[in-house]
Design a protein around this ligand. Structure first.
Ligand code: HEC
Ligand code: HEC
Ligand code: HEC
Ligand code: HEC
Ligand code: HEC
Length: 203
């Protein structure tokens, strides 16, 4: 029907269209929230803080530093005054702690790079999970063995719902190192299912 050269042009146009769609799909998929699916994400931090030393060897409980985790939606990273409880005595001259000392003297926070972050339209609440007897390790891995914190889970909606539908295989029960108080009657019962209705996570 078409001459050979027009036929070739049509094929080329179709091919170009397919490639563009494929590239757009890949960009959409991976570009929508950059670090969300980024299992293994471990940014360079301004101070070489080591969880394997502090929570691992020294056995400092998670809540000693992440104080708000039992009570609020967010788990805060500690202010440097918490560090100085020890570092005004231990390793007080260490060059690795220079920024910590400056932060306390000048009253400026250390710009820690955030590792786990959901998009704004999704709501997560730490305290509800912690008080249900779900250990940090269920979602963050064994942080006390990580020199640098690494994102261990994809933080996608599918990941949340997989556990909500059938929690038992995904939940690690509260461990001593987390330092949270969970009522014994909660731990004696099986983990309840989590919500699946859209509005609990999307207000
Ligand atoms: C001595 C204080 C201290 C203790 C104890 C501690 N942390 Fe941290 N944690 C920090 C600091 C400081 C940061 C920010 C720097 C970094 O990411 O390493 C942090 C970061 C994190 C992050 C990454 C936050 C983000 O940006 O997404 C997680 C998760 C975390 N801690 C979990 C834990 C768990 C679980 C424990 C107990 C096993 C624990 N931490 C014990 C001080 C502490
Ligand atoms: C309960 C006490 C305690 C607290 C609180 C604490 N540390 Fe430490 N930290 C230590 C001890 C002890 C060491 C030394 C470990 C070793 O070398 O065996 C240390 C080592 C370090 C080092 C390595 C220093 C060097 O010269 O090798 C850094 C960096 C550090 N801590 C950062 C922090 C930061 C940042 C915070 C606050 C978020 C913090 N620490 C909170 C006890 C503490
Ligand atoms: C059920 C899964 C789950 C459990 C259990 C859990 N976390 Fe998280 N954590 C998350 C998610 C999801 C985020 C990202 C939240 C966001 O961006 O709103 C996060 C973020 C964090 C952050 C960064 C600051 C923040 O709140 O956004 C810290 C620090 C942290 N978690 C520490 C802990 C500690 C310590 C424990 C245990 C006491 C714990 N988490 C238990 C899922 C969990
Ligand atoms: C390892 C299992 C697990 C994972 C992973 C998990 N959850 Fe949950 N979640 C639960 C359980 C169990 C409950 C019910 C707790 C209860 O009823 O006491 C719950 C409850 C909730 C609630 C109800 C809180 C309220 O105030 O009613 C919200 C919201 C929630 N989860 C959001 C999330 C989001 C968002 C994610 C993913 C980023 C997530 N969860 C990942 C186990 C999990
Ligand atoms: C347990 C918490 C939870 C529940 C329940 C939930 N979502 Fe989500 N949803 C999330 C989280 C976390 C994200 C962000 C991560 C992602 O995109 O996978 C998200 C992302 C989304 C997105 C954006 C996806 C994209 O590709 O960017 C849409 C749309 C959405 N949810 C719709 C819904 C609808 C509709 C329902 C009810 C049928 C629902 N969600 C129930 C947690 C939840």
């Amino acid at each position: 029907m078409f001459s050979a050269s027009i036929d070739k042009q049509i094929k080329r146009a179709i091919l170009a269209g397919l490639v563009t769609t494929a590239v757009a799909a890949v960009v959409f998929y991976f570009g929508r929230h950059p670090s969300l699916m980024d299992v293994g994400y471990r940014p360079q931090q301004p101070v070489p803080f080591d969880h394997a030393v502090h929570a691992g060897s020294l056995k400092i409980a998670c809540v000693y530093c992440h104080t708000s985790v039992e009570k609020s939606a967010h788990s805060t990273v500690p202010p440097t005054s918490t560090c100085m409880n020890c570092h005004s005595i231990v390793k007080r001259e260490s060059p690795k702690l220079r920024l910590v000392r400056e932060s306390v003297e000048k009253n400026i926070a250390i710009p820690w790079v955030r590792i786990h972050r959901l998009p704004d339209y999704a709501f997560f609440n730490h305290s509800r999970h912690i008080t249900a007897g779900i250990d940090c390790a269920s979602c963050h891995g064994e942080v006390e063995k990580q020199g640098v914190v690494v994102q261990k889970k994809p933080l996608t909606m599918g990941w949340c719902l997989e556990c909500h539908r059938n929690p038992e295989p995904f939940v690690i029960r509260t461990r001593a190192i987390s330092g949270v108080d969970v009522r014994p009657e909660v731990l004696a019962k099986p983990v309840p299912k989590g919500p699946e209705n859209c509005s609990t996570c999307h207000h």
